[in-house]
Design a protein around this ligand. Structure first.
Ligand code: UDP
Length: 480
């Protein structure tokens, strides 16, 4: 379907992990479906990579971007306020400022897509008569847990992490108590309340878009369609439209990292990076450095200084490192000893470009969903090292359902992963024999991802259905 007459507004909360998938979705709607797209961004003090993303030259960015007036939540934040709660607060404060740019538009948006942290925009969508959709930039399994959490809230007493039994979700893979998403870790925290509210609000939208695809998430997607409990709980359509991921952006000149990769053998390098916000403790950094050294594998490691607070501390502050002087936190002599095998990149690297390079053969990742699909789409198997958000669920899925990753025996958020285990995982992943099955599986998934997105593929068709849904809604409201 040609969406050229449609105008879709997308409201997005702060943070690279949110902004990246939304901009990719916006670009896809604009370039593949000729929809006019306006992205409205809840602003905070932007980090350099975010600024770069938002200020792309027009030819690279076929969508309009409006930055909402920056919000100040300093009076609401306490020392222990979780990052997720802060995101909800920022969006809540920013929402009144969302009306005036919408009112000022000559061609008012026909539909509003919000990210998970912006679901409180529901009344504004109604006020402006826009069809409304939630974009969950991760798996159907995570979405099922989010939608089912209000039920679990009534059924289960005590903390989820203390349960002895698996958490059952109709028609879906059950969730291990230790794998629950961050907001479910403490039922007394405000973040839990915010999360349950999200789960209650989502079914009031007109549809749910997911950054996944049929082959990857078939069990849960089937449950949404066929399971009676789901059919009565969530009466809106679910559109798996992924994997939407940021394309590599070659800027003409090769970076030093890519030049280094050019000199390495095929599939020989492991890329180590923990997303936009991931931080490790000082002790864990030492173990990781030593494990890398013991494994004798080639590596690129995006290093950050040790965390001072939570594992997602860098979420709002990813920027040039406080100190690029790694000698403060890496084992003495590490740089010299690994000089011939490894490369350190402080704080931020061109992840997609690195993963796509033929010399990269493995990815040690925190399993953020963007990173995960970037790895899958590059055909690179993983070491799953979950840190925060829904990453424990993702890690379990990658290891148990998809067979494309190994993971430590301990949860990295609870215990330090020892150097010997790190060495073992690196060897297993990179070993021609042991890593073979994972490599084969991820390459099959890469192909299935390409098929899903190509014209006539499941995700392509799903996007068309969503646009048809918007048009039908539009016609229905014109007749009212
Ligand atoms: N990213 C990057 N360079 C880095 C770290 C992260 O380009 O050094 C990008 C990565 O490619 C991905 C996003 O930032 O697109 C991180 O999103 P993800 O969902 O993996 O994790 P989050 O940062 O939200 O925890």
């Amino acid at each position: 379907m040609d969406g050229s007459k449609l105008h879709v507004a997308i409201l997005v909360s702060p943070g690279m992990g949110h902004l990246i998938p939304v901009l990719v979705l916006a670009n896809r709607l604009a370039t593949h479906h000729r929809v006019k797209v306006t992205v409205l961004v809840v602003t905070t003090v932007f980090s350099p990579p975010e600024c770069q993303l938002l200020k792309l030259p027009a030819e690279q960015n076929p969508v309009d971007i409006i930055e909402l007036p920056p919000v100040d939540i300093s009076h609401l934040v306490k020392p222990d306020t979780k990052v997720g709660t802060q995101l909800c607060m920022m969006v809540r404060e920013a929402l009144p400022g969302f009306r005036s740019p919408i009112s000022a538009m000559n061609h008012r948006p026909d539909a509003l897509i919000v990210d998970l942290f912006c679901t409180e925009a529901l009344p504004i969508a109604a006020e402006f008569n826009m069809a409304k959709y939630v974009y969950v930039p991760t798996t159907a399994w995570f979405t099922a847990l989010t939608l089912y959490c209000p039920v679990l809230d009534k059924e289960i007493d005590g903390q989820y992490v203390d349960q002895e039994d698996l958490l059952k979700i109709p028609g879906c893979k059950p969730v291990r108590p230790e794998d629950v998403v961050d907001p479910m870790l403490d039922r007394n925290d405000q973040y839990y309340y915010e999360y349950v509210s999200m789960g209650n609000r989502i079914p009031q939208y007109d549809g749910i878009l997911l950054n996944t695809w049929e082959d990857l998430d078939s069990t849960t997607l089937k449950a949404f369609k066929e399971n009676e409990i789901w059919r009565s709980m969530v009466k809106i359509p679910v559109y798996p439209i992924g994997p939407l991921r940021r394309p590599a952006q070659p800027d003409g000149s090769k970076s030093a990292v890519i030049e280094w990769l050019d000199k390495q053998p095929n599939e020989s390098v492991i890329f180590v990076s923990f997303g936009s916000g991931g931080m490790l403790s000082a002790q864990q950094i030492t173990e990781l450095a030593t494990g890398l050294e013991l494994s004798e594998q080639r590596f690129i490691w995006v290093v950050r200084p040790p965390m001072k607070g939570a594992a997602d501390d860098a979420f709002f502050t990813t920027k040039t490192a406080d100190s690029d002087d790694t000698s403060h936190y890496l084992p003495e002599g590490f740089l010299t000893r690994t000089e011939s095998l490894g490369l350190l990149v402080p704080t931020w690297a061109q992840q997609v470009e690195i993963l796509e390079h033929p010399s990269v053969g493995g990815f040690m990742s925190h399993c953020g969903w963007n990173s995960t699909i970037e790895s899958i789409c590059s055909g690179v198997p993983m070491i799953a090292w979950p840190l925060y958000a829904e990453q424990r669920l993702n890690a379990t899925y990658l290891v148990e359902e998809l067979g494309i990753a190994v993971r430590p025996r301990v949860l990295p958020t609870k215990e330090v992963v020892a150097r010997e285990e790190i060495e073992n995982m690196l060897r297993t992943l990179m070993d021609e024999k042991e890593g073979k099955k994972m490599r084969e599986n991820v390459k099959k998934l890469k192909i299935s991802a390409e098929n899903a997105l190509s014209e006539g593929g499941s995700s392509y068709n799903s996007m068309l259905e969503m646009l048809k849904h918007v048009t039908t809604n539009l016609k229905a409201s014109e007749h009212c």
